[in-house]
Design a protein around this ligand. Sequence first.
Ligand SMILES: Nc1ncnc2c1ncn2[C@@H]1O[C@H](COP(=O)(O)OP(=O)(O)OP(=O)(O)O)[C@@H](O)[C@H]1O
Length: 445
Amino acid sequence: MSHRIIRILEKKLSRKTWDNWFTTLEIKEITGDKVIFQVGNLFVKDWLQSRYGKVIHRAIHEALGKDLDFEIVYESPSKEVFESDEYKGPLVKKKPLILSELNPEYTFENFVVGTENRALFEISQEICRKPGKFNPFFIFGGVGLGKTHLLQAIAHRVLELFPEKKVLYITSEQFMNDMIDAIKSGSIRDFRYQYRKKADVLLIDDVQFLIGKEGTQRELFHTFNELHDAGKQIVICSDRTPDELNGFPDRLVSRFQMGMVMEILPPSLETRYEIAKRLARRESINLADDVAMELAHRIDGNLRRLRGAIIKLIVQSSMYKEKIDLSFTRQIISSFQTDITGVKPLTDVDRLLKAIEKVLGVSREEIKGTSRTKNVVKARQLFIYMLKQEYGKSVQEIAEIVGKKHSTVIHSVKQISKSILKDNKYIKGLVAKINNTVSTDFAAS
Ligand SMILES: Nc1ncnc2c1ncn2[C@@H]1O[C@H](COP(=O)(O)OP(=O)(O)OP(=O)(O)O)[C@@H](O)[C@H]1O
């Protein structure tokens, strides 16, 4: 039986609003001065907070007879597993060896498999059951086809099956930055120990980034050999085949080829249809069949665009109180496609700057300027960190965008990463808020 607050809320809201936004809402705790709700989706959390605060307050008042504050927290099911007692050992989140957090949504369960990628999917799962069997496992394919998703799904599954194993997921750029830092600080021995001796499974994303980075290629070659000789599983992702990695030394290319090399293929129409449905379900929405088919027809290839279209659809339908039907979908897709191909769309960087200005009150001029006041420095560091981690920009690109030196960029990324690893709630909250502002504003535009 749900709590009285939830039942009152359900009565106050239209069926559609309830179904769209509130079905995952639960009471987590009621303390002396506030009610803590939990939802299973980060985007919904922000949406409820920003749009439905008043009605939630009223429901609390009616149910409890007093005006309590409320807070909504996001809890993913996988996070609960990670934080449970049985999961103490080799946790992605707790092990210092893990340099990047895994996205809890990037699991095999959330990966839709069509016939085109069935074999790839099966092999990926087999590797989790028997790490070292196909070694290395090299996955290549175009932008936004799900390589990172699959790589992280492997990491999640290995950790589920072998909690004692140390799983290291990293982008090749992080590997390089880590190596440079280690050289500078005289700790290259520690760096090598970390990568060559400690990891049981090493997953390297976007290896093509190392084209032209000969020093890092050499380091990777030795890391590869040690891990491979010890029978440790290595999984590598790239946007091209091993022999298209221009300038990579032959000995490294042939190492990449000695296990299993597989291509991730663009999803067929049927698969895109299924993915559209699944992506919407990840946002707690059920898409009608004709709507999903329209999306599948009109948006091909890059699945990040498909996801963007779905988020936009959900947000705009709620804003304009429109049903997500075929005609509404066509309208939204057209505007979405103008965004992509339009004359002067807002760039990612603009959106991020706008969101930071909204959340922290620091202007783009200040971020790109030289002020050292505390708030401006924080905003600048967050901007740099997010360009790096969330938008995949390289250090070089970021240095050009902010007009700062490489060392400043690297330092900023480190400062924020450190706070996040230490579970600094304030910084984590700011990152989430900025991210949500970006998606809400984009979806509402
Ligand atoms: N088969 C799939 N089923 C469900 N969701 C998918 C699938 N493939 C990709 N996605 C989703 O599409 C988005 C883009 O995928 P991802 O980031 O893994 O692509 P990528 O190939 O690594 O891109 P890039 O080349 O830019 O690195 C993610 O939100 C991911 O969850």
